[in-house]
Design a protein around this ligand. Sequence first.
Ligand code: FAD
Length: 478
Amino acid sequence: MTIIQQLKTAFPVGSVISDTEQCSPYECDGLSAYREKPLAVVLPSSIEEVKTALQICKQNHVPVITRGSGTGLAGGALPLKDGIVLGLSKMNKILKIDPLARTAVLQPGVRNISVSQAVEPYGLYYAPDPSSQVACSIGGNVAENSGGVHCLKYGLTVHNVLSITIIDMDGHVSVLDEKDDGIDLLALMNGSEGLLGVIVEVKVKLLPKPDTAQLVMAGFDTVTQCADAVTSVLEQGIIPAGLEMMDRFSIKAAEEYAKVGYPLDAEALLLCEVDGSFDQVKVDTQRITDILKRGGATTIRVSQNEEERIALWQGRKNAFPAVGRFSPDYYCMDGTIPRKQLAFVLEQIDALSKKYQLEVANVFHAGDGNLHPLILYDANKPGELQQTEKFGGEILKLCLDVGGTITGEHGAGIEKLDSMCHQFPEPELKIFHAIKAVFDDSGLLNPGKAIPTLHRCAEVGQMHVHNNNLPFPELERF
Ligand SMILES: Cc1cc2nc3c(=O)[nH]c(=O)nc-3n(C[C@H](O)[C@H](O)[C@H](O)COP(=O)(O)OP(=O)(O)OC[C@H]3O[C@@H](n4cnc5c(N)ncnc54)[C@H](O)[C@@H]3O)c2cc1C
């Protein structure tokens, strides 16, 4: 029997898709420049079915690419043509809400936004809020250690997950809990990009909804003033619930899309939200307004009610699709830098935009120093995708040069394999490979993603030479 026949025998009708047309929706994730049809897509409904799928794949030595909602932007869920996509969208139940302990137990396919919606009647919410939260899954959030607007104050996914259940390629189930002694395996799984195990259950921490929240929107004549304002707010000891920045292009795109009243004459926009008790929010809002005025803000608007606050966020939250309306394609970069370098790096990105003659929109988590330059391009123009990727690679090198890192929240996937060679020296890459081998000795879980081979690093010229001894001299250099 072929593996597809074995899967079809083991699963109910409709849970295994092998028809080429029906596999099409799974051929890419949010990094849509890369596409591949998988051998088949398996849609399990339970932990038992996940185990079965993994065991069949292991017996047949077939790779497994786990997929949540496919909103990832680094190609982490890109299929392999000889691999199975394990889609977890049917495992989308909220298994338990404990309002007293302020926890929820979720199946991996639960959409991020559904968690806050389900616990709202108890006055609770789930803090990490990626802009893709209407679609992305909690399993995907853990696998990418996703962030969002409110992570500046409340932490990334890793800070809000209490335990997870994972299954390895042999079908063994393990529960990793924050209370476990020894190595922090729970943290290791956050950001593991489907390489170490399949996440089948997640217990998350819920927070009480703050009494109130207020948003201060400020427009600036220059990007530098706006970037400096970010540092000024934080230097004063205020930790905003969100501190987001948009440049002229993004302001225009978001305003045309969401019509929320962003100032179209501003070169840069800051959205700064504070939350907490009524008294604290009143004090912080006034302090922030004063800081931003002193920093040269030309427009300041403070939300006067909940509707206005939510409306002002709508522009920012829809900025990616809004920018997408201006170009056939865009490439969303993700790098993180020390906040004090914001103005310098944005200037450099502008210069690179001129060098490559490709427009860029910047909309990002300024408080975390997490940049998201969106490079606009047209994949139908010969060579433009390659130029875009070169441009993106230069942005990530720039992030490293100023003491930052090549990803903030989107992961490495296939997109950043070369950049991983720039950031991590050979000994660290070897450790990454060794860790993967401990969890996945057959190398069948999402192979070829996130961790570059040493051979690849040699090709991109990033093999480190110590004492004139070139490691792996047998490898061909380019
Ligand atoms: C418009 C837009 C806005 C976005 N904004 C943000 C943002 O603000 N912050 C942010 O952090 N990200 C953002 N993203 C990126 C993306 O939404 C996140 O990375 C998200 O967590 C991916 O979840 P997913 O369910 O779609 O995962 P997928 O794309 O399906 O998978 C992502 C990776 O996780 C692995 N994986 C998925 N589920 C599991 C599982 N159960 N077990 C093991 N591995 C698994 C996959 O193999 C893959 O490597 C945005 C994306 C878009 C398109």
